[in-house]
Design a protein around this ligand. Sequence first.
Ligand code: RB5
Length: 145
Amino acid sequence: MKVAISSDHGGNRLRKEIMDLLDELNIEYEDFGPTSDDSVDYPDYALPVAEGVASGKFDRGILICGTGIGMSIAANKVKGVRCALVHDVYSAKMTRCHNDSNVLAMGERVIGPGLAREIVKTWLNTDFEGGRHERRINKIAEIEG
Ligand code: RB5
């Protein structure tokens, strides 16, 4: 599995925590920054991750900002991306089982690093169930055109 990850300034600390986790899990990833704590615009950092996943270069993407909201809105504008904003372990599991989400968004100002680590582990390790859920995500793709 290859993961793309980025944040804005509001998500820098949690992004580093999650990269440490990916290292511990021996999961390959590419870090799309930012490289400093300067204030940046989250769409600029959501886009390369979302496009990388949509193109197939990466299997999954992880996006972090203050709330996760801006990142998730931006990522979901890219065709083929199903970005889930998740702040609990149950939703992390269900969004994989039912939505086949390929990008995960979280807010550093919303949850702590311990919970974020559990969310990422669950989200990376849960498979899509397919079946009736496949029909539903196909309908989302039809909306995209
Ligand atoms: C930045 O202050 C903040 O707006 C951003 O990190 C994010 O929470 C936006 O949705």
